[in-house]
Design a protein around this ligand. Structure first.
Ligand SMILES: Cc1cc2nc3c(=O)[nH]c(=O)nc-3n(C[C@H](O)[C@H](O)[C@H](O)COP(=O)(O)OP(=O)(O)OC[C@H]3O[C@@H](n4cnc5c(N)ncnc54)[C@H](O)[C@@H]3O)c2cc1C
Length: 456
């Protein structure tokens, strides 16, 4: 017999569990289906483990620099097994707290298994057949594994398998010089691996302004990471115990050798095995579920939240999707996904905090812009901390004085950017921002100053 629910949530990522919480608290009978690990990518193979490793890598880096601060620590060693155990502990605690909360929740049934639509209002999970009036799809994504020549002859790693290693790679080749790849590159370099980053574009993180890409490259190269750009035709070949990665760059050796190879070349949505066609849910050419501004799919009783809808690729965008869908459904709000400002961070050290448009994006959209900049060498707090790499940059509309975007690449940049994010959300103009009194000494205190020093 079919089991009936008011709502079914597929996937326990970043939007699914809070959606279950809101619906259950509103008295609805809800089922949550998860095929693997509660918490999804962020908790298990994304944000939480990587930022835990970033913290260990930072500790090692600072310990090596101890003499700069007048502190003697002797030779610094990294116990990789202990580093990974700490990571697993943080991840495990986070996952089990979330699992306990869900399993103890009134009105909520948690089922393990792969969900697939068998009709617009019915899914199958193993032997169970479940029916509901509404569905919320939060199935996330996984690492894309392109068909590079020779890939099937060698063993490559993804973010998931790299996080499961128990021995530090001697020599790691990271294919993909963007957000995921660069975090791993710096972390493993700081743990003691030789690291090469291979990127097919002419610069790293090519979505960012050129000066940001350039500064990040300098930071990574200063730590001994080799960066190979314009790598036109990436290919693989076994070479003894190692893997030869053909790069064919414009300059330098045509191949690099690695004991391990990480593929970090993008993500693809987990939508190919959900039976979406049966449910009348459209996907685009890349498999992302097509949604409207309220995150409803082409089937009016089905919503798609998080990475699988292609409207964001972050934990905060997934959670914000939940907030929008829940507010519209349960609070009578009319929130739209297009109302939010794109924001994110890249957790290399020092981190890059980002809000809104880059300068290049703003110009491409036809804005006349004024720019404010300050190197971190002129930020007192950064100097005091002995961490002066990077710079801050703000982008302002010359005609309206509206803040269009900002990048803070520097110590505390992931936190300091929030002043700009909140100002943008509140519609604060650049000149109004200059009148803010900020705390000294902080990285944030210079943001009002930069808004007062704009040039065309
Ligand atoms: C290495 C790495 C580092 C990252 N770091 C950051 C960061 O620092 N900050 C940040 O904001 N973002 C980060 N991200 C991105 C972030 O992890 C995702 O954007 C976030 O997890 C949002 O995911 P989601 O809610 O869409 O789904 P996910 O978290 O991917 O969860 C989807 C869940 O659905 C389940 N599922 C899939 N199909 C089915 C099915 N048919 N039946 C049942 N269950 C199913 C999956 O098993 C999974 O548990 C990182 C990603 C990676 C890979």
């Amino acid at each position: 017999m079919n089991r009936r629910f008011d709502a079914i949530v597929i996937g326990a990522g970043q939007a699914g569990p809070p959606m279950v919480g809101r619906l259950a608290a509103a008295g609805q009978k809800v089922a949550l289906i998860e095929r693997k690990l509660i918490g999804g990518t962020c908790v298990n193979t994304g944000c939480t483990p990587t930022k835990t490793l970033v913290a260990s890598a930072y500790a090692a880096h600072l310990a090596r620099r101890a003499a700069d601060f007048g502190v003697n620590v002797g030779p610094v060693g990294v116990d990789f097994a202990a580093v990974m155990a700490r990571k697993s502990n943080v991840v495990g605690n986070s996952r089990s707290r979330l699992g306990d909360w869900l399993r103890d929740m009134a009105n909520c049934t948690v089922l393990e298994g792969h969900a697939r639509f068998v009709s617009p209002t019915t899914i199958r999970v193993g032997d169970d057949v479940l029916e509901a009036e509404r569905f919320f799809i939060n199935v996330g994504g996984r690492a894309a594994i392109p068909d590079f020549p020779g890939r099937d002859q060698v063993r490559t790693l993804t973010n998931t398998t790299l996080l499961g290693l128990d021995v530090l790679p001697r020599c790691l080749v990271v294919v993909g010089g963007s957000y995921v790849g660069l975090e791993f590159a710096q972390v493993f370099r700081r743990f003691g691996a030789a690291v090469t980053v291979v990127e097919k574009a002419p610069r790293l993180v090519s979505r960012e302004d050129e000066e940001v890409s350039h500064a990040i490259r300098k930071i990574l190269e200063a730590e001994g990471i080799e960066v190979r750009l314009e790598s036109e035709c990436i290919r693989f070949e076994p070479r003894g115990a190692d893997i030869a990665v053909g790069v064919n760059c414009m300059s330098g050796d045509p191949e690099v050798l690695g004991s391990h190879v990480l593929l970090a070349v993008g993500r693809r949505p987990n939508t190919d095995d959900l039976g979406l066609e049966v449910a009348g849910v459209e996907v685009d050419a890349h498999g992302y579920i097509v949604v409207d501004e309220s995150l409803k799919t082409s089937a009016p009783h089905i919503w798609a939240l998080g990475d699988c809808n292609g409207r964001g690729a972050f934990t905060h965008t997934s959670y914000n999707d939940f907030e929008i869908a829940a507010a519209n459904l349960l609070d009578g709000a009319a929130r739209k996904v297009g109302d939010r400002t794109p924001v994110y961070a890249l957790y290399v050290d020092p981190p890059l905090g980002r809000a809104g448009l880059t300068e290049a994006e703003a110009r491409a959209k036809g804005h006349a812009v004024r720019i404010g900049r300050r190197p971190m060498t002129r930020v007192a707090r950064a100097v005091e901390k002995g961490e002066t790499q990077g710079f801050m940059k703000v982008v302002v509309d010359s005609d309206t004085d509206a803040i269009l975007g900002a990048a803070i690449l520097g110590v505390g940049g992931d936190e300091a950017i929030h002043g700009v994010i909140e100002a943008m959300a509140a519609g604060v103009t650049a000149s109004a921002y200059t009148r803010v009194m900020a705390i000294h000494p902080t990285v944030s205190e210079l943001v009002p100053t930069i808004f007062g020093e704009l040039s065309p």
